[in-house]
Each structure stands twice: as C-alpha cells, then as structure tokens.
Design a protein around this ligand. Structure first.
Ligand SMILES: [Zn+2]
Length: 412
C-alpha cells in the first residue's frame, strides 16, 4: 500500500511491523516537537515515526499482514482524526491473498497491565479478537462502554470512523507551551465542559469509546501478529496499551524459542562444526555447540548440541545418574551468542567476553541422548562495547534452561 510517495529525499529508513514496513523518506529538516504521551512512536536507529496507531489499526483490523507504507514526513497524515482515510486507501489499493499461512498470537493465560493513571488492561483467552472498553473523561464525564468482536467488516463500519477527541483541560497546558496548535477542529473533537466542539456532529453517540478501541487495535498491532483473545480495557491509554503490546511480544519470543525444530536441516544458512571452530577458540572437552542451524533477521541464532553418554562431565555428574550440569548449558548459550556477535561485528580483531548471566533458570534435567537447540536473541547492544542476549536451551519442544547473558568487547 502506498499512502504517499515522494522522490526528492536523500535517505530511506525502514520500520518493521510484522512484515509491514513503514518507510520514511527522511527529509533534511529536523523533527517537530511531539507530545509522546498522546501517540505511539516507532523507530529504528535515530529516526522516529510518530502517531502510527491509526494507520496500524486500519492495516491490522482490515486483515493486512504485509504492506509497505511510504512516508515523506515524520508522522502519517492525521486526516479527520479517524482511521477512515486509511481504510479508504486500503480498499482502493486492494488486498491480495498470499500463500503463507497467517500466524496468530493465541492468548493462553490471562495477562494484565495496570498503570498509575488508572488504566487497566486485561487479556483473556478467546477464539476471536474481541475488545470490551470503558472510557471515562476527567471527573468521569462522558463515561462510555462498548464491547465487540473486531472483524474487518465491523471495524470498517463501527470503529474506523470514530475520531480523536481531547478534553480541553488536558490539552490546555500543552497549548500554552505551544506543543500543539490549538483551535483546529479539522482533526479532533474538543470537549470543553459539557460542550462537544467539532466540525461535524458526533458520528456515534459513543464515538469516544469507539476511538479508544481504535487506538487499542493500533497499539496492539505492534505485537506483530493478529491476536486471538479478549481485551478488557478500563480507561486505556497509549502508555498502557504499549506496555501490553511489549508483554505480548516478549511472550511471543519465548514461545518461538520453545517451538524448536526437531529435525536438523542440512545445507546453507548455518555453520558446520568446522566453521564453528574457525570462530570459537573452544576445543574438546569445552566446545558446547556442534552446529549452527540458522540465523533469523539479524539478531537471532539457533545452534544445536547433541548430548551423548560419552560427554566427559557425565563421569562425575553423577556416577550412576548422568545429568548435564546447568553451567554447561549456560556455557552453550554463551558460545552460540558469541557466534552471533562475531557475525554482527564482522571483525576478528576484537573478542567478546562473557560478563554476567541474569535470570538464569534451570527448568528440566538434560540426559544423555537429548539434542539441545540453543536459541539466542540479541536484545541490546550499546556502542559496540556491550551486548545483551536472551538465550534458551530447548529439548523436545520444552525450555530446559534460560538466561540473559551480557558480553563486552575488547581488542585482542
Ligand atoms: Zn487515536
């Protein structure tokens, strides 16, 4: 989908949202002052795109998993403050069915987030994507409730037209600080006291709660896959919505690590033992990875280690009762993570040192005959000096150990 295109810019930055990319053609001028608490911002490197929730809501609710959105500004056009203009563009462009199966996020356990401002979001298992929302303004004015399943048809008819609204007392301080331009009724409904000020009459008697639902859909789109679950939201806001989205994304990462392949692929895309040994200085009996079976995006790696009864540590750990020592699993995680860091650094003049291991948990014993799939995901890297990786060891689709490892780099 092409929301807008522009040819005269020097640099293009790409933001990933599942496989939908928002490309921002970065113009030479700097960023405008933006109120970050009122909108959702995504970014990569030093570039940010603001107020993406309405376009993401339209894309995800209309069933679009893959799209490229090109932009020539640091936020999408606000339009009339609703998601209607984006729905129109999606319908005009058309949606094509692709041959890959769609991946869902199925809610298995109840999750919730709560904020100091009184926002409460609860997520419950459900076969459909459903949102039940309570909106309440200052002093509980304009309290509204609505509950509905979100399908493309329902979204288009019931949610997309609902416009952004602001309470005058909430925006007054921002207007005084010149953070937002006041007076425009083109792209927001302004509520002052009991009066509703807008260019056209309310589109629904409960337009405010409908817009809150719209924002929840947009913010949860950052999870990266359609959700099957019931969101119960009380006084939701972008900060709480984003916190729930982050919790879901973390849970998704954990689940992907658990769904390890049982068969070990051969061929390109990984590293064989020889290549592993060219990167790692470790040797028998301390080389804890047999093979790298794949890299994903540019921050994930999976290695494999077959555990046999001939491992030297089984002689002493324990006689008559061979169990793989947990610290050897942490060592395996560190070795696999180092290979990822080595690949990213693209230099052999510096070596990574294992500095710390946090939140290490040993969940299940590992026995002779087990094959361990070792997953590492780079979660943080700072100035080529420090890196953090979340690691899991998986046997037969179950996490046997996990930990967050930190590395530092030193010149050789
Ligand atoms: Zn909104």
């Amino acid at each position: 989908m092409l929301v807008s295109a522009h040819a005269r810019f020097s640099r293009v930055s790409t933001y990933r949202w599942q496989n939908c990319r928002i490309q921002r053609h970065v113009a030479a001028h700097g960023r405008k002052g933006v109120d970050h608490e009122r909108a959702t911002t995504i970014g990569e490197g030093s570039v940010r795109v603001h107020t993406v929730e309405h376009v993401l809501a339209a894309l995800s609710a209309m069933g679009v998993d893959n799209a490229i959105v090109e932009m020539d500004a640091n936020e999408p056009p606000i339009g009339d403050g609703s998601a209607q203009p984006y729905v129109d563009v999606i319908k005009r462009t058309g949606v094509a069915t692709q041959d890959a199966p769609r991946s869902f996020f199925d809610v298995r356990d109840t999750m919730h987030v709560e904020s100091k401002t009184g926002a409460l979001l609860v997520l419950l298992p459900d076969e459909t994507f459903r949102i039940s929302c309570t909106q309440a303004g200052p002093n509980n004015r304009f309290t509204q409730f609505l509950s509905m399943e979100i399908t493309p048809a329902i979204f288009e008819r019931e949610i997309a037209p609902a416009r952004t609204f602001v309470f005058y007392e909430d925006v007054q301080p921002l207007m005084e600080k010149n953070l937002i331009k006041g007076g425009s009724l083109e792209n927001a409904i302004v509520v002052r006291g009991e009066a509703v000020l807008s260019k056209e009459p309310l589109r629904f008697a409960d337009e405010f709660v409908r817009h809150k639902i719209l924002d929840i859909i947009g913010d949860l789109a950052l999870v990266g896959r359609p959700i099957r679950g019931h969101v119960v939201a009380v006084k939701p806001g972008h900060a709480a919505n984003a916190e729930l989205a982050r919790a879901l994304a973390r849970e998704q990462t954990r689940r992907s690590a658990m769904a390890a392949p049982r068969t070990i692929p051969t061929g390109d895309g990984g590293l064989d033992t020889d290549e592993v040994m060219q990167i790692l200085p470790h040797r028998y009996p301390f080389l804890m990875v047999d093979r790298i079976i794949g890299f994903e995006a540019d921050n994930k790696i999976t290695g494999v280690k077959s555990i046999t009864i001939n491992e030297p540590f089984f002689q002493g750990h324990f006689p008559g009762h061979p169990v793989m020592p947990g610290v050897m699993q942490v060592e395996a995680m560190a070795q696999v993570a180092s290979i990822l860091l080595y690949k990213l650094a693209k230099t052999s003049s510096r070596v990574g040192y294992f500095m710390s291991a946090d939140d290490v948990k040993f969940r299940k014993p590992v026995f002779p005959g087990d094959t361990i799939f070792i997953h590492a995901e780079l979660t943080k890297s700072r100035g080529n000096r420090l890196a953090k990786a979340k690691c899991y060891c998986v046997v037969n689709d179950a996490v046997v150990s996990e930990g967050e490892l930190m590395f530092t780099f030193l010149d050789k």
